[in-house]
Design a protein around this ligand. Structure first.
Ligand code: GLN
Length: 219
């Protein structure tokens, strides 16, 4: 049982039934959608609150968090995203998406959603190292290191009690965290061809205690 071939194909089938929303109002949502497609998962571009109704999870992509923040207010997306997170559906923020998930940031703008118990500093790596690539250990993804691309990245400066650090640059600088159904990464897995973070997120999205089918009312 557990890891037998039957379990594996069952898991695969369940993932194929998943529908994952990608917030598509700003930033590099197309790259996330492309990865989901390669993993055989249905992706839904989310621009309006009702686009969230059927999805099993949501990815908030990288981009510019001050713009994302404004557009989420204008499109009335804040409350429905907060609600889906409270319901236990999976939400993953990458880079600017991480900033949006946080409880507090070191500046007035943007206004984060506040659903994840972390504190964040934007553009934490200064001008000289605006962008860099770094190999990370992420034990939740297995022994192979993960090649992470950081672009004007934020860093997490406070981690709440219920938050698990999945990976860090050093003891003071976590860059990938999880809190139950929520995940945040300061870097951009969608810009590499290593899809393990996406697969990990799909497991989170499928593991919320309700299969996608049963939530839609089918047996
Ligand atoms: N620096 C951007 C911000 O503060 C984030 C950059 C990114 O998402 N790659 O919103």
């Amino acid at each position: 049982m557990g890891n037998g071939p039957d379990e594996k194909s069952k898991k695969k089938n369940q993932q194929a039934e998943l529908e994952v929303g990608v917030l598509a109002i700003q930033g590099d949502f197309a790259e996330h959608i492309a990865v989901l497609g390669k993993l055989g998962v249905k992706a839904r571009e989310v621009r309006l609150p009702e686009h969230l109704d059927s999805v099993d999870g949501l990815i908030i992509p990288g981009g510019e968090s001050t713009t994302l923040s404004r557009l989420m207010t204008i499109y009335n997306l804040r409350e429905p995203v907060e609600r889906m997170a409270a319901e236990g559906r999976a939400v993953w923020g990458t880079c600017a998406g991480l900033i949006m998930l946080s409880r507090e940031i070191t500046e007035q703008d943007p206004i984060p959603l506040g659903i994840m118990d972390i504190g964040v500093q934007r553009n934490a790596f200064g001008r000289q190292v605006d962008s860099f690539e770094q190999t990370l250990d992420v034990s939740a993804l297995g022994p192979a290191p993960f090649h992470a691309i950081f672009i004007r990245a934020p860093v997490i400066i406070r981690v709440g009690d219920g938050v698990e650090v999945l990976s860090a640059l050093d003891a003071d600088r976590p860059v990938a965290v999880r809190q139950g159904n929520l995940m945040a990464t300061a870097f951009h897995p969608e810009l590499t061809d290593d899809y393990r973070f996406h697969s990990y997120f799909l497991e989170m999205a499928g593991g919320n205690g309700k299969s996608p089918r049963s939530r839609n009312g089918a047996p």
